[in-house]
Design a protein around this ligand. Structure first.
Ligand code: AIR
Length: 472
């Protein structure tokens, strides 16, 4: 032990599983006497505890970041053995809708340490309870005043309008079949015959969204709304060229960081692929997207990670090939599928950044660690076990970063993803797609990739993957 001047720092033993007070000792330890001990309290005897509502893949992917930072995660999971419960030791089981369950997550009855902060990996949480928790001293990040804009699309559109953020044209439909139909008829006429009807609450990944061209095509939702179900809104079908996503993190003390804007490719309303950064995006539109993300994070007082899903549309509809601008599609106040590339492709992953942000710690660099990173989702699989693909996949794609979520296989379900980073976009994309295809049981898709990439990467020289590892 190194003496500091004439003082040395000792920590002595463990009491009830906690480290006892640290003491400053006068002189060198071997010559100290008990009367020389001057106790000083340690500021942290246990690490911060972050309570997370929801036990899916997003909570699971917070676990490595928490382990690296040495903070404790306590995750409320829907059932034992669920995705996050497989990797988080403190994973009580319960429903996010139950007040007693959330209270026990924060202050466990067994006397474990109370949580320092409550956060979420999905938006389905009761807001009145969150307000009460805040009043009783538990920080909730993001807070319910922000979260409501990610839970309710009518609130979201209203707030974004107030902030002056560009959105598609939209209207809330009256919650009666006759009133709803009449408003929908009028809206369809205004926007040219086709529009997107959405449930204001409860939908995600393409659920609760429907393209309609007739006023009676939303009757079932209008009936449900008239009986107390979620309200319904309608939006203009934006003539988008492609979808983008702007990811930002903000901490309570105000620091904000954005990542490079990405392109996301959806299939059947579900994110299938993300390219970071978005290819051929003009500097102006990229800057506009990042500014919108910051404006929304600040305007809604979001803390943690916020994903702003965007449509890139022609600035002038009569010139579809001309300059573009963006409209906000959706908001998510948590780590998001469009940010999974950051785990391997950015200095700081969205999961680590979320934990830093909700603890109000300084945020990390969002710089990319390679010119390109492509993320491809594993959506369903014909395999019995995804890990059966690993021998072939890992042999053939040694730059692929595989992330499997430990979920039961169902058609179209998000079961994992693959990230590949590098300098040649075509190469990177082909490798990521083929590796994901192998996991999905599509051996032809997997074998379609037969360029020289593997042969090249088999040579043990520093390539993009090593640069990336060094930067993490
Ligand atoms: N999730 C939350 N909102 C959108 C998404 N994709 C993640 C969360 C949640 C999980 O998806 O991690 O717990 C639920 O996945 P599934 O396949 O059970 O619906």
């Amino acid at each position: 032990m190194e003496p500091l001047g004439n003082l040395s720092l000792l920590t002595i033993g463990w009491i009830d599983g906690r480290m006892s007070d640290a003491v400053w000792v006068e002189g060198r330890p071997e010559r100290m006497s008990c009367s020389a001990l001057v106790p000083v309290p340690l500021i942290h005897v246990t690490p911060p505890v972050i309570a997370v509502v929801g036990g899916g893949q997003l909570a699971r992917m917070m676990a490595p970041a928490a382990a690296e930072l040495g903070v404790h995660l306590r995750v409320l999971v829907e059932s034992p053995g669920t995705s996050a419960a497989q990797v988080v030791t403190d994973a009580p089981v319960g429903a996010a809708s139950e007040e007693a369950t959330i209270r026990a997550l924060i202050a466990p009855p067994g006397g474990q340490d109370a949580a320092d902060v409550l956060t979420f990996e999905h938006e389905h949480v009761p807001n009145a309870l969150l307000t009460d928790l805040i009043e009783h001293g538990t920080p909730v990040r993001p807070g319910p005043h922000a979260l409501v804009a990610a839970q309710d699309k009518i609130v979201m559109r209203t707030r974004l309008g107030e902030l002056g953020v560009p959105c598609p044209r939209w209207r809330a439909l009256p919650s009666t079949v006759d009133g709803g139909r009449a408003a929908l008829t009028e809206f369809l006429a205004e926007v040219g015959g086709e529009a997107v009807v959405k449930l204001a609450r409860g939908g995600y990944d393409g659920k609760g969204v429907r393209v309609v061209s007739g006023a009676d095509e939303a009757d079932d939702w209008l009936v449900a709304a008239s009986e107390g179900g979620p309200p319904v809104l309608v939006e203009e079908k934006a003539p988008f060229r492609r979808e983008l996503s702007a990811l930002v993190a903000r901490r309570p003390s105000g620091e904000v960081r954005t990542w490079p804007v990405v392109e996301s490719i959806q299939r059947d309303g579900v994110c299938a692929e993300v390219v970071a950064p978005a290819p051929d995006l003009s500097d102006d539109v990229a800057a506009q997207a990042r500014e919108i993300a910051v404006a929304v994070a600040e305007g809604l007082d979001v803390t943690g990670v916020l994903a702003v899903e965007l449509f890139e549309v022609p600035s002038d509809q009569s010139d579809p090939g001309g300059p573009t601008t963006v409209l906000v599609n959706e908001l998510a106040m948590r780590p998001h599928n469009s940010g999974h590339w950051t785990i391997d492709g950015s200095v700081t992953s969205q999961f680590e950044q979320h934990l830093r942000a909700v603890l109000d710690l300084p945020l990390g660099s969002t710089d990319p660690v390679a010119p390109w990173t492509v993320m491809v989702n594993v959506l369903g699989s014909t395999r019995e076990e995804l890990t059966d693909a690993l021998p072939e996949l890992l042999e053939r794609f040694d730059t692929a970063r595989v992330n499997l979520y430990g979920k039961g296989i169902r058609p179209g379900r998000k079961l994992g993803h693959v990230n590949v980073s590098g300098t040649d976009l075509d190469e990177v994309r082909a490798a990521a797609r083929a590796a994901a295809a192998l996991l999905m049981g599509d051996d032809d898709g997997g074998r379609a990739y037969s360029t020289g990439a593997r042969a090249e990467s088999a040579v043990p020289v520093a390539g993009p993957a090593e640069t990336k590892e060094n930067a993490r």
